[in-house]
Design a protein around this ligand. Structure first.
Ligand code: GLU
Length: 282
């Protein structure tokens, strides 16, 4: 089977060296394996991901010398799909409407609440026991709501413990996934008719992605992605979480060097070839 790679930036700012590394690594792995290289624009936050930033993102990637298959999938065109999948999960008893504000969650969680791997307070379960009738009446009355995964119900439906295949540490490893550490994640936000976790698993499946190559900051999120794939009946890609990028001398690039926008380096006279060389791709 031909491997399918994708680079999936969220253009809520300009692309920086960290993005360039991830994009170049995806493209190189695709080339080395005879695979396809796709691009997906993760712009569900349509306020922050403006058309201008999306256009600049494509221009920066082309300037770097990257070539991807058309069409580019733009998540802001796919909200109906995300909603339909979340509604299906509600119908299966695996998701529920949640009316809590951030303040409600903080208050209900108590003084020393557990946190998820991203540092957010674990949802205390406030709206999980609401009957469908009560929830429907509140929605009819116009109360804003999110849709959350019922993670305990979802985990209880699994036929086997979840695992994923990881190549980010060299040899292929089989990693156990513990999605319970994420709790009842949001599937459809109150302010945006989608969420990162739901959109990423639906679109990796839609695009036929077989290899997910992304930064190590998303390693922990893979556990919840595997759970969503399992309950939605989606295939599991192979994952490769890459470490922080190194400079030519093998030192870790500092946070500030990593977050320098590519446009700024370009305006200062740096060429695409110099950037590729600096990141170890030339
Ligand atoms: N859009 C995400 C980001 O820019 C990456 C998503 C992914 O690779 O799974 O952080």
């Amino acid at each position: 089977m031909q491997p399918v790679f994708r680079f999936a930036p969220s253009p809520n700012g300009h692309l920086h060296l960290g993005h360039a590394f991830s994009a170049l690594l995806n493209a190189r792995m695709a080339e080395e394996t005879g695979g396809r290289f796709l691009l997906r624009i993760e712009d569900i936050d349509t306020i922050r991901c403006t058309d201008k930033l999306v256009a600049d993102c494509l221009e920066d990637l082309a300037w770097l010398g990257l070539a991807w298959e058309e069409p580019v999938l733009r998540q802001s065109t796919q909200f109906a799909r995300y909603r339909a999948a979340a509604d299906d999960l509600v119908a299966y008893g695996l998701a529920f409407p949640c009316f809590c504000t951030r303040g409600d969650i903080r208050q209900a969680a108590g003084d020393t609440p557990p946190h998820d791997p991203d540092g957010a307070i674990l949802y205390p379960g406030t709206c999980r026991p609401l009957s469908p009738e009560v929830a429907a009446a509140r929605i009819r009355a116009g109360e804003a709501h999110a849709l959350r995964l019922d993670s305990r119900a979802a985990i209880a439906r699994l036929a086997h413990p979840l695992r994923w295949q990881e190549t980010g540490e060299g040899a292929l490893r089989d990693i156990p996934a513990d999605p319970a550490i994420w709790g009842d994640v949001v599937l459809i936000r109150k302010d945006i008719p989608a969420s990162y976790h739901l959109a990423v698993v639906l679109d990796d499946a839609l695009q036929g992605v077989t290899q997910v190559v992304r930064g190590r900051d998303l390693h922990a999120a893979t556990a919840i992605h595997r759970l969503l794939q399992a309950i939605l009946g989606l295939p599991a890609p192979v994952y490769h979480h890459h470490a922080l990028i190194l400079d030519e001398e093998g030192r870790k690039l500092s946070k500030s060097a990593l977050s320098t926008p590519l446009r700024q380096l370009r305006a200062e006279g740096m060429t695409a070839m110099e950037i590729r060389r600096r990141l170890g791709f030339a």
